[in-house]
Design a protein around this ligand. Sequence first.
Ligand code: E4P
Length: 212
Amino acid sequence: MEIFLDSADLGEIKECIEFIDGITTNPSLIAKAGFKNKYKDLIGEICSTVKGPVSVEVVAHTHTDMIKEGLALKKIADNIVIKLPLTYEGLIACKELSTKYNIKVNVTLCFSSGQALLAAKAGAYLISPFVGRLDDISHNGLSLIKDICTIYSSYVFNTKVLVASVRSPTHVIEAAKLGAQAITIASKILMQMIAHPLTDSGLATFEKDWNN
Ligand code: E4P
């Protein structure tokens, strides 16, 4: 399973670099990093820091503008994946960027398996279903992952399932058990996955015994 960091914070990215296969950003994360006006510089720096794919989201509304924005963003670095919203316009832009320009697209804000099916047919490289935001409204985010993985495995799609809006290490493990190819997580969740109280107490005991 590929693990991406869901962050536009260079400090966090550097801290997690040994554990991650790429980065996902979104307009909220870029704004939070405080670089809204110089976001192209920030993206350039993230792309040179991380070897793997870096998803960068367009903010345009029409497919024509999304394509223009996507092509301009793609010029920043080779490892950029263009992130498009799962809308009518976004799917049209996805098809064109994928087939005509051979650009990798991450289709984001996916909340249903019907949406995921259409994104795969539009040639998406990644589909980003948001599990946490579904759980927040009393739906079952992980059951969406199960449905998408089942549908995708029944056909010859090249689209990878990138589980997004992850709230806990349990989401990561359950998504891995379902066979999702990728997940994007905040640094806090990565650190929660590394830590275990029995590791800490075991280490303290070893140290104490060694010193005695
Ligand atoms: C995915 O690409 C998104 O950036 C992200 O996972 C959204 O998560 P949130 O629901 O925590 O904002």
